[in-house]
Design a protein around this ligand. Structure first.
Ligand code: SF4
Length: 318
């Protein structure tokens, strides 16, 4: 798919046509089944300084937490009992003890027999290799924006090329890799969304999420306008056409912008993954990447999948 074609789809093709094409490719490539990943946000500690994120290290208004191994296992049991097909272990980026996380992965794999996905930021190669050996199969690391200057401005002290190198390393280690990017972050030229899609294609990621930027009050971008659901849905639909093999989540950020219909609209726009949260309620409030974060509950996930006319393997909540 050429740059001009992606730009035309993103900015010119009527929405009804684009949505219909994306829906047809979703069914052809992925069937009607929606994968449900059980998300456990096990720590909000982070040593980075991303200008858009409420978990950034300088944010002293956030109460920091790190779940214990037993708390994680208990949440994972609940997720699997409810029908989640994968456990996603997510945290801020910090010096998580490699051996500790490896033992958590082994425990989940041995007891619950489901794939484990990691989303723990840029980590040393040796740690990533250890976790792969422990049984983690997938790793999510969003590239956030394919505009190198904007990436550097949003992530003080870090570069897009480091990010891409880490994604390539994860692929070399044998992980199924996932990336993603923001829609409408301040300073973003809409044209650069074409580069985001081209980069995801070039990296041949197995999963790619497109989420709207939503401001968080305690960050330098707290007073800025957010991205829109409409543009996010357009990007999702083009991702489905450009990366037909990929799993595409209807993100929590989309559900936050449009609590009633965001997930359904996302599934109709090429999405085939939902990620309900199984983070214990006492911690959920503190995982404040952005404000008013909607909780994609099991019930919301089930309702959205059924409203979109798709299938799932979810059980009644335990
Ligand atoms: S985006 Fe990720 S790495 Fe950046 S501050 Fe937030 S949690 Fe930390």
């Amino acid at each position: 798919m050429r740059r001009e074609e992606i730009a035309d789809l993103l900015f010119s093709v009527p929405w009804e046509d684009l949505q219909a094409r994306a829906a047809a490719v979703t069914v052809r490539e992925k069937g009607s089944h929606v994968f449900v990943r059980g998300l456990i946000e096990f720590s909000n500690i982070c040593h980075r300084n991303c200008r858009y994120c409420g978990l950034r290290a300088p944010n002293v208004r956030l109460g920091r937490y790190a779940m214990s191994r037993d708390e994680i296992l208990s949440a994972a049991r609940e997720a699997v009992a409810c029908g989640a097909d994968t456990i996603v272990l997510q945290s801020g980026e910090y010096a998580v003890q490699p051996q500790w996380l490896a033992e958590v992965i082994v425990a989940i794999r041995q007891e619950l027999h489901v794939p484990v996905t990691l989303s723990v930021g840029e980590q040393p190669a040796a740690a990533c290799a250890l976790w792969k050996e422990a049984g983690a199969e997938r790793y999510l690391l969003k590239h956030e924006t394919a505009d190198p200057a904007l990436y550097a401005a949003l992530h003080p002290g870090h570069t897009l090329s480091e990010r891409v190198a880490q994604l390539r390393l994860l692929h070399q280690l044998g992980y199924e890799t996932g990336s993603g990017f923001m829609i409408g972050v301040p300073g973003q030229n809409p044209e650069s969304l074409v580069d985001d899609i081209l980069l995801a294609r070039e990296l041949h990621v197995e999963m790619c999420g497109a989420g709207p930027f939503i401001p968080q009050a305690d960050t330098p971008l707290g007073d800025e306008a957010g991205g829109t659901a409409e543009m996010t849905l357009r990007v999702m639909a083009v991702l489905r056409l450009a990366l037909p093999w990929a799993n595409i989540p209807a993100t929590t950020a989309l559900a936050t912008l449009d609590p009633a219909q965001g997930q359904v609209r996302g599934l109709r726009a090429g999405g085939n993954v939902l990620m309900p949260s199984f983070t214990p309620s006492q911690y959920r409030q503190e995982y404040r990447i952005y404000d008013n974060k909607n909780r994609v509950s099991l019930e919301l996930a089930r309702t959205a999948i059924e409203a979109a006319g798709r299938t799932h393997a979810l059980q009644v909540a335990v």
